[in-house]
Design a protein around this ligand. Structure first.
Ligand code: ADP
Length: 666
């Protein structure tokens, strides 16, 4: 092959010089050396359409070849179909390249060997073609990359597997911690009620101990839960307006009693230039601040703890803030500082025994501050004290804060329907409601909730959203479709931590408000005051807006046409089938999102398109298309955000389908 051209290489545009190749030409030696490295020389002469490869290449694919060269078209016959066109393209491009570049042009192709397997080759083409007898000859080196690519793929797979196993572990911990928190909340709530009742001094002491131990347990589990959530990528920060000076003052108020009990002074220095309203996650910001203040109090025996909040800079309606918590406590050695913000690390085990704790608090703080794209650190001197600090940048809120005030005075004695499958939670809610003067009934499934609401005896529904079978959102939607005032009963969701997708679901649902678990008696009181006994607006009944498609979710003409052709019973059956399919698909998409599995998402989007088109589920069809093109382009962010939207739209579509079901009119 190339040895034929040895020495004939000419300067660009120059005249080629002819000479016969000696038997052990340097080129032959080069080729031997290349073959040892699984490589061969490559040459393509476009005018003569001859493609020449070194013997190593033919040996690698185990192909008997008559001569060293062949026309490009014949070579294409050896390639995997999809690679034919691209290789031809790149060769033509290489032949046309002006002979002034030094780099190589990368290409690749796959050969289906006579033995039936596929070899992958990379091809490094010289950027400048060699001019031989006025012909621009493309030269390069072909390497068999089958093995290295396989190894790389295995490595990527192994990494993905390890990452997903790690995420699965964190998700497991998050779920378990959540499960543990529920009964602890029961213990705390009930003990709180017990402490409010008539007790002897001894009983009161015992109940207080139960409450303190329960609280300590809850704090630990909450730390573990937060940490697992961060690790599983499940912790999402809110972006809501809140009052910054109030938040700092609130954190001080919450820790004041602890400081006082230890005889410590707790002082706050709040920069008067602090913006009143900012956007961010107040709960998480407070958590970091509280953690630092609690540590400062814990590790200080005498002196004081100072909390400072100040503005570092302000630009483009974003304010950079610095928070500091300074104590006069035991201090931390220089060697211990780098380990401080790692999980499960305490400065030394004797400290852990003396002071208790899991060593997770600061790790959680760091994760949270990282999520806020801020910084956290400490200056400390053994025996003199420590100053923990963190800095975050937050946008200033430009709008009015606060919810609508409760409407009028509290209506007493409004019967409340409590929907919760956990008997401890349900009893706690009932007890709190009774204390506010509202009688309550309990049911434990969504279906029973709809049945109870049908009787129209309740002025408020407190609905756990995670219910077996019909979940809280679905039950709420079903209640809204009840006739008359029965469908107008206010519904308040009782939820665990809600993520972005839940929040979207909540926004698009029939639920009017929500309270978080663990349910705070004060918050519950406010919410009940606001809603109990009122009646809420709901979407106008279907009769008033006939065939109009609901928000363009579905094209009802498709269902009407089907109905005309096959009748309401069969169409209804089809609708049922689609609803079942959609519910299943939502679960698959949810799983693909959680596992960040783009391939699975791509498949789901593909199926979604093919199933939704035929029943006129317009919005979902469009979303399927959007997700598919995002997954195709490898745009993860876009794909996963469209998938989140898809889940919400799927739920809405299910409701819209139920409304459009022709069996309703039959
Ligand atoms: P824990 O939950 O065990 O308190 P943290 O992550 O909050 O875990 O703290 C880790 C360790 O850092 C503590 O056990 C303690 O040794 C040290 N530490 C934290 N804050 C202070 C402080 N203000 N003064 C001295 N040591 C501290």
């Amino acid at each position: 092959m190339v040895e034929r051209n040895r020495g004939r290489k000419s300067a660009p545009g120059g005249k080629a010089e002819k000479r016969a190749a000696p038997p052990h030409s340097p080129t032959l030696l080069h080729e031997r050396a290349l073959a040892a490295a699984q490589q061969s020389l490559f040459e393509w002469r476009p005018n003569q359409d001859r493609l020449t490869m070194g013997a190593a290449f033919w040996a690698q694919i185990g192909h008997p070849h008559e001569g060293p060269s062949l026309p490009l078209r014949d070579f294409h016959g050896l390639l995997v179909q999809e690679d034919r066109l691209p290789l031809g393209e790149v060769l033509r491009r290489a032949a046309a390249t002006r002979p002034d570049g030094a780099e190589t042009i990368p290409a690749s192709f796959r050969v289906a060997t006579p033995a039936g397997d596929v070899h992958e080759f990379t091809l490094a083409l010289a950027h400048s073609p060699v001019l031989l007898e006025g012909e621009a000859v493309v030269t390069g080196i072909v390497s068999d990359a089958t093995e290295s690519l396989r190894l790389r793929r295995e490595l990527v797979e192994a990494r993905n597997l390890a990452e997903s196993a790690n995420r699965a572990k964190s998700e497991f911990i998050a779920t378990i911690s959540h499960e543990i928190r529920t009964p602890i909340n029961g213990i705390l709530g009930m003990t709180g009620l017990l402490l409010d009742s008539e007790l002897s001094d001894e009983q009161r002491d015992l109940a207080r101990t139960v409450q303190e131990s329960g609280q300590a347990l809850l704090d630990i589990v909450t730390d573990i839960l937060d940490f697992a959530k961060v690790e599983a990528g499940k912790l999402e920060l809110k972006q809501i307006p809140f009052e910054l000076p109030d938040l700092v003052a609130g954190a001080i108020r919450m820790t004041e009693a602890c400081a006082k009990a230890k005889g410590l002074e707790l002082v706050a220095q709040i920069d008067p230039k602090l913006p009143r309203e900012v956007l961010g996650d107040p709960g998480r910001l407070r958590q970091v601040l509280l953690n630092l203040i609690a540590n400062a109090i814990k590790f200080t025996e005498r002196g004081k703890v100072s909390v400072r909040a100040r503005v570092l800079s302000r630009a483009n309606r974003t304010v950079r803030l610095r928070f500091e918590v300074e104590d006069t406590g035991i201090g931390i050695s220089e060697e211990a500082i780098p380990k401080l913000f790692q999980k499960f690390s305490q400065v030394d085990s004797s400290i852990a025994r003396r002071y208790g704790g899991t060593g997770l608090g600061l790790a959680v703080c760091k994760s949270l501050v990282d999520l806020m794209t801020g910084d956290i650190g400490v200056h400390s001197e053994i025996g003199r004290g420590s100053t923990f600090w963190f800095e975050v940048a937050l946008p200033e809120a430009g709008r009015k804060l606060g919810r609508a005030p409760p409407s009028g005075p509290q209506r007493a004695g409004v019967p409340v329907l409590v929907v919760d499958d956990n008997p401890v939670n349900a009893r706690l809610l009932v007890a709190l409601l009774q204390r506010m003067g509202h009688p309550a009934d309990v049911v434990d499934t969504g279906t029973k909730a709809v049945e109870a609401a049908r009787k129209g005896e309740h002025g408020l529904v407190l609905m756990d959203v995670q219910l077996p079978g019909l979940d809280g959102y679905e039950a709420a939607a079903a209640i809204r479709s009840l006739p008359g005032r029965r469908g107008e009963v206010p519904i308040v969701a009782v939820t665990g931590d809600i993520g972005e997708s839940d929040r979207e679901r909540y926004r698009g649902s029939a639920i009017n408000d929500f309270v978080h678990k663990p349910v705070d008696a004060g918050v519950l009181n406010d919410v009940v005051k606001r809603w109990a006994g009122t009646s809420v607006a709901r979407p106008a009944p279907r009769e008033e807006e006939p065939a109009a498609p609901v928000d363009g979710l579905i094209d009802e003409s498709v269902i009407s046409a089907l109905n005309a052709r096959i009748g309401p019973a069969k169409t209804g059956e089809l609708v049922d089938l689609y609803v079942a399919d959609l519910k299943e698909r939502v679960e698959y998409v949810r799983a693909a999102r959680t596992a960040k599995d783009m391939n699975a998402l791509h498949r789901q989007a593909h199926d979604l398109r093919s199933t939704t088109g035929s029943l006129g589920l317009t919005r979902l069809f469009a979303l399927g298309e959007g997700i598919q093109s995002a997954t195709h382009e490898g745009n993860e962010k876009q794909a996963f955000s469209l998938a989140a939207e898809g889940m919400v739209v799927a739920e809405q579509t299910i409701v819209a389908l139920a409304a459009a079901d022709p069996r309703n009119d039959a």
